[in-house]
Design a protein around this ligand. Structure first.
Ligand code: IPE
Ligand code: IPE
Ligand code: MG
Length: 254
């Protein structure tokens, strides 16, 4: 029996500046492959993370130019603490570095910065940099740039369950009132639409504990480049693939 894996990776890079169809409202990206990008060049992993930051800057500009309403980027997972402390320290300084240089441009472009993840676990300097960006952009009405930082989907769901249980025990909510909206409202992404398109560069085909609830009906697009090499044409290519997908949400096409 033969089978085909055609379509698993998006291979064709678009030469177009803009996709031909309607852009997804919410795009989520797992920014993966920094370490391998660096290893291929004989560089330390931290050099890959730095290059990943440059790719993020590029991608924010592209997403904003394309009219994407929400861009969620997975920057650090709850499992990434298991890495060597030197690498973790470097990663925890990146938001400061990025926002020091790029916050003025984000403000100028009317971008609103938000964060999804466990703030408590972050070092103070990281928290301060993120909080500063969140407060300085809080009233902006343009693209939402949502940093998934110290984020893990399972831990997020546990947090939601605990909060809901607490509300029930405090009689602020009845058992029967708990529905999907209740759960969504207790996730870090409360108030944001679910992602329409998930992009994972680097060649890995897994979710790595990212937005497990929110991605229920997202279109998944895996791209065979490392994150530091991700460019406008990859984003456009992913959106082109998305536009060709037939989203049915469990229904049928009439
Ligand atoms: C993504 O790149 C950045 C983070 C997870 C923080 P990696 O560091 O995972 O790079 P690879 O996957 O090892 O190449
Ligand atoms: C996912 O990538 C987390 C981020 C990109 C921030 P990982 O590199 O941590 O995922 P695994 O270990 O390959 O599943
Ligand atoms: Mg990785």
């Amino acid at each position: 029996m033969s089978f085909s894996l055609k379509g698993l990776f998006t291979k064709k890079v678009s030469t177009k500046e803009e996709p031909s169809g309607e852009v997804p409202r919410h795009v989520a990206i797992i920014m993966d492959g920094n370490g391998r990008w660096a290893a291929h060049r004989g560089l330390p992993r931290t050099a890959g993370h730095h290059a990943g930051m440059v790719a993020l800057r590029r991608t924010i500009r592209s997403a904003n130019d394309l009219g994407i309403a929400v861009l969620t980027v997975y920057a650090f997972s709850t499992e990434n603490w298991n890495r060597p402390s030197r690498e973790v320290d470097f990663l925890m300084r990146l938001p400061n570095e990025f926002l020091r240089t790029d916050l003025p441009e984000l403000i100028e472009k009317n971008v609103r910065v938000t964060m999804s993840g466990f703030r408590e676990g972050l070092p103070k300097h990281t928290k301060d940099a993120i909080d500063d960006a969140i407060s300085k952009t809080a009233t902006n009405t343009g693209m939402v740039l949502n940093f998934a930082l110290n984020y893990g989907s399972r831990a997020e769901i546990v947090k939601a369950v605990r909060e809901i249980a607490e509300e029930v025990s405090q009689k602020q909510l009845t058992f029967d009132e708990i529905d999907e909206v209740t759960v969504s409202q207790h996730l870090y992404t409360a108030g944001l639409p679910d992602p329409d398109l998930l992009i994972r560069p680097s060649g890995e085909i897994r979710l790595s504990n990212f937005l497990l609830w929110q991605l229920a009906y997202a279109e998944l697009c895996f791209i065979d480049v490392y994150w530091p090499d991700f460019k406008h044409e990859h984003l456009v290519a992913a959106i082109e693939v998305y536009c060709k997908r037939d989203r049915r949400f469990g229904g049928i096409k009439l």
